[in-house]
Design a protein around this ligand. Sequence first.
Ligand code: GCB
Length: 609
Amino acid sequence: MSTTKRFLAMLLLGASAYGVPSPSTLIANIPGRTTLSLNGAWRVIVDPFDNGKGGFFRDQKARSKSDLVEYSFDASPVLNVPGDWNTQREELMFYEGPVWYRREFSHRKQPGKREFVYFGAVNYQAVVYLNGEKLGEHEGGFTAFNFEATSALKDGENVLIVEVNNLRRADGVPALKFDWWNYGGITSDVSLVELPGTFVQDYLVQLERGSTHQVSGWVRFNGPVPHHEVTIQIPEAKIEYKTLTDADGYAKFGFDASVLACGKRPASQCTAPLKLWSPENPKLYRVIVSGEGDSVADKIGFRTIEVQGMNILLNGKPIFLRGISMHEEAPFRGGRAFSQEDAQTLLGWVKELGCNFVRFAHYPHNENEIRLADRMGLLVWSEIPVYWEVDWLNPATLANADAQLRDMIARDHNRAAVILWSVANETPVKPERLTFLTQLAQDARELDSTRLITSAMNHVDNTAPDVRTLNDPLGDVLDVLGLNEYLGWYGGRPEDADRMQWKSALSKPLIVSEFGGGAPFGRHGEADERWTEEYQENIYAHQLPMLERIPNLAGMSPWVLMDFRSPLRMLPGVQDYHNRKGVISDQGQRKMAFYTLQKFYKKMADAGK
Ligand code: GCB
């Protein structure tokens, strides 16, 4: 198909097939469910030529001395799950390709129950087999997914095999080039989830945008029973609300929390029942969703987030987002972060900096991080890996990005911490990209009307010698503008910031979503010497006052919390395959810029920002 034809086809697709994304099949709130953990040591076969397609899913074993079987999980080494393969075996550090994983487990089947295998994240593609039967395939390295295993599951011993492939693809999301390590493997928790025949698949229980007492949302059941009762309870606030599902097991609801909590008392005796979630008081309520014999409990915070003119309002009041960007990279040991401890360390540093906001770049991070942010009172920007260039004209690429967006939202839409869904990072201004991202922004809004939509952009006009204007048509479909700028690092000198003025073509709140420069910890020199802590610190020293002069500045998330591995950063002795723009090294050492930023945030916080 010619480029023009493909573009027209996509415009048409945009109008029809992508009108409303199909609901996510993700089961909500796995931490609140009965699960059997399948984490641990898995046998693995590294298969660089993808030779196993013909049969490895069968886990065949030689039955006689003369049998020819040229693979053996039993005789193969193990890798830990969760965990990337790159940092577990030296020879796999640069490996990109298929690896076969096998986990054996025993299980007693319970009558009437349904079973699902759940994966927190597998990078990049996964094909899942249980006892030789294919359960399904998943594409996208950072979103969770589950497949029903009820009929393939045996009473007794079971064999779960997953083909994982992290080969980069031109039509993938992300595509061929990105500035982080392409860690392969089963990088997040795996579990077997046991559920009743009809169960609560997903739910949204949030405050309606702009209201501090109107709770609204929906519940979706999975199972054969239509038209049954659903109950939503918030015991601490004495709230109980009942409604009925439709023929598809879906119920939309909305109730005034003050009226419900008040019961029969006169309105004059009732106080606001829900204490609002905020960075200062990250109050979470136990919320129970039940119906048709199933019941699931969650911890949910209630807050509102809106845009008013050039401000972001949290609970009706303007808030300045004192943030930092971070990758999902493990402190100290390197590799993909996944554990509670990793989250504690990383978000502990974010707090120590004085932040109330964190940008999870450039893909959805593991649930431990999001849930901890919810408990710590950190506001979160969450993003899908539509990064630099992707195959804008390919409908399958759009469908893939859309699925990642939908599944990111499905897992985290009850987390008060998340205030911004980002549809992309630093994508080039051109019509096909605008069509693609406009669709994603619309879908995000459709899927979750309670949060703000953003994207990190970097298309600026040099309006005058010392004036730069963010001018990207994508801004029209966003609530909040993200701007990445590297004045003093990729162009100009740190001191140029003293004269520079930043504007945006649109009067919307603006977050400077990236700025910074690189220095290995402990490398010192003059402030004009690249790759020294002094140079990096000097960038911050000149940037911060410059950013304060931006009239619609609503926050910032400098690049980046901690040094991280990247194949694009090769310089020997300095980078050694690490992006060194962290204000903290990968060994936890605070660089000079850390303290400069910390001081600035303290000043902002003291000034009530
Ligand atoms: C950017 C990208 C980020 C890179 C960073 C850098 O603009 O958004 O992913 O790592 O710059 O270090 O150049």
